[in-house]
Ligand binder design. Structure first.
Ligand code: TMP
Length: 205
């Protein structure tokens, strides 16, 4: 049996990732999941990390909690699913840690790379779909939500993350697929499906 492919979506909050994770997983007959919080153990880490009242959580503790969530996610869900021959479509991946804890919180990116690589035992996503929506548009969308601990950060934080994602995508174009996130949902879902199948040479049955 051939193994499934590991596809991750990346982007800033409000870019529409979750919708397109579900749409792509359904179209591929794969498993939709997310980081943080794709497992029961991860869900409790997610609650602690997103809780806006946890103002004391240190950046290094946050980075380790994200990596712990990820280690559990890979061992419990991602790797067994891939081995069973199914595709995994994940809302975020280790690249989010490089973007948020690295570019955003300004922790050392090489260190983050090293311990995240250990957390995922070297299993980085085969393909990363970056949903590109202009920063100002995303910040406008955030104004309509009840904000979690990350969403309360300032524009400069999100700007660094936005730049970080673009820098990583430009450095590794074979792994990253940048899609314009502004077209209507259905049109974007169709574009993503076509381009992912093309990149990973997946034939739909
Ligand atoms: P979500 O908004 O995609 O549900 O993700 C929850 C928040 O966690 C979001 O603000 C991004 C942040 N995050 C990190 O800071 N580092 C990570 O490694 C991951 C996976 C998410």
């Amino acid at each position: 049996m051939t193994t499934g492919r590991y596809i991750a979506f990346e982007g800033l909050e409000g870019c529409g990732k979750s919708t397109h994770v579900t749409r792509l997983a359904d179209a591929l007959g794969g498993v939709a999941t997310r980081e943080p919080g794709g497992t029961e153990i991860g869900a409790s880490l997610r609650t602690a990390m997103l809780d806006a009242s946890n103002t004391m959580l240190s950046p290094r503790a946050e980075a380790l909690m994200m990596a712990a969530d990820r280690a559990q996610h890979l061992d419990e869900l991602v790797l067994p699913t891939l081995r069973a021959g199914k595709h995994v479509v994940s809302d975020r991946s280790a690249f989010s840690s490089l973007a948020y804890q690295g570019y955003g919180r300004m922790l050392d990116i090489d260190e983050l790379n090293r311990f995240n690589n250990w957390a995922i035992a070297g299993n980085w996503p085969d393909l990363v779909v970056f949903i590109d929506v202009p920063l100002e548009q995303l910040l406008e969308r955030l104004k309509k939500r009840e904000l979690d601990r990350f969403e309360r950060e300032d524009r400069a934080f999100f700007k660094r993350i936005f730049t970080g994602f673009h820098t990583m995508a430009a450095a590794d174009p074979n792994r990253w697929l940048i899609v314009d996130g502004t077209p209507p949902k259905d049109e974007l879902a169709a574009t993503i499906l076509t381009q992912v199948c093309e990149r990973l040479q997946i034939t739909l049955s």
